[in-house]
Every structure is written in structure tokens, then in C-alpha cells.
Design a protein around this ligand. Sequence first.
Ligand code: 13P
Length: 259
Amino acid sequence: MSKRKPLISGNWKMHHNHFEALQLVQKLSYQLTSDDYEAVDVSVHPPFTDLRTVQTFFISEKEPVPIALGAQHCHHEDQGAFTGEVSPAMLAKLDVRYVIAGHSERRELFGETDADVNRKVQSILRHGMTPILCCGETLEEREAGSTEAKVTGQVEAGLAGLTPEQVGGMVIAYEPIWAIGTGRTASSEDAQAVCQVVRTVVGRVAGAEAAESVRIQYGGSVKPTNAAELMAQPDIDGALVGGASLVADDFARIVRFHA
Ligand code: 13P
């Protein structure tokens, strides 16, 4: 039995204004119980414009809500002339705990390179937050048999220059691009096989202890109906959920995979 506590994260992408965000976290917080939070760490990653509202809601409840606040992206510099960007220092000030780095949509649609992603990871850590480093292959790469090479390269590059302690405390999300938003989930065996590769790579670059403690999420069409089977795999320690995290009932049911 793994000692790693699962982390279920909701990546809202570009959905929900701050009013809708508030409704969603209210509903979610009324559904989740202390048993859930004991078994599973939970984070939500709203758009930047919602962060302050969600943060305020979490801390202003009579019992502060133990859902961690997350962001979807950041720049690697602390400040400067970078129009439209948000810095890790700004996120840390809002009690953001987890920041996604190198999501495939950022890589594919906004041209983020492995080197950019590594700079973000370093900067997120420097500000005391936890990166969720994303990796994953396209359908063409899977069919060409290069899944392992792609994921290995992304993980090695993303972790470059980090200490074993830093790596051991982070989260890596394996998200096959062909499974994102398509309703096509990787089978639990396929997901496990790649997550095992990720853990082996971590062991090689940061040592056995880091490999044992790093949390590896699976992402790509995770739903209430498939979460438990995916989470039962030995190297899968949680999920990065897109579409299903926008509906409080569905996301709560995914968090409850343990029950
Ligand atoms: P879906 O759950 O909508 O497939 O999205 C997965 C994802 O990209 C989470 O980061």
C-alpha cells in the first residue's frame, strides 16, 4: 500500500467567471466532508480572475475550507515588463499552493518549450508552492511507439536542476493528449504503465526516495465512473480533472473514489 496521499485537482481551464466560481466552490465545499479531506488532498485551479474570490471564500467560512487553491499557469519572473502575465510571487500572496506547469494546451497552443516549463517549475518552488508538472504524448506519438521517449524527455527536462527534496515534494501529471476532452480515457493498464515510467525516470534523476514520494496524477477524461479503477493502480496517486471538475457533483464523486 502506498503511503502517498492522493491529490485530486480540478483544472477549470478558461471556464467560469468569479460569480460562477463562487457557486461551484460553495457547492463543492458543502458536499465534501472531513473524511474526504483525510483520505484525499483536493485542489481547484480556477482562472486568474477568480482566484481572489475563491481564496476569500475558503478562508472566510466558519471552518476554513481545506481545499487547496491552485493556478493553471504562471510566468517564471517575479515581476517585470511581461504584458498579460502573472508571476509566482503574486500567486503565492493569494495562498495558491499548487501551480500547473507545462499543460499540453500551454505547450501546443502557446508554444511553451521544455526549457520554459523548467524555469516555471524552479520559480514556483522558489516561492514555496508545489508545481504540477505535466507530460503526455499525442496520438501520433503513441501510435509510433514513442510515448515513453516523449514522456521521459519532458520529465527529465522539467526536473532539471532541482534537488531530490524538491522533486520528492512535487506532483507530476501524466496526461495523454489524445485523452484530453475527448471522452477517451487511457485504460488503467496503459495509464499505470506510463506512470510507472515517470516514477522510474524520477528515480534515475533524483534518487529512490524522491521516486517513492513524488505524486503522479493521471489526467484525460477522468469521470466519476472511471476514477476508482485508475486510482487503484500502484503508480497513480491522483487525478488532474478538466471537464468533470466544472460540475460540483461530478468532481465530488471523483474525490470520493476512496469511499
Ligand atoms: P478533461 O478531463 O476534460 O479530459 O481534461 C483533462 C485535462 O487536461 C486536465 O488538465
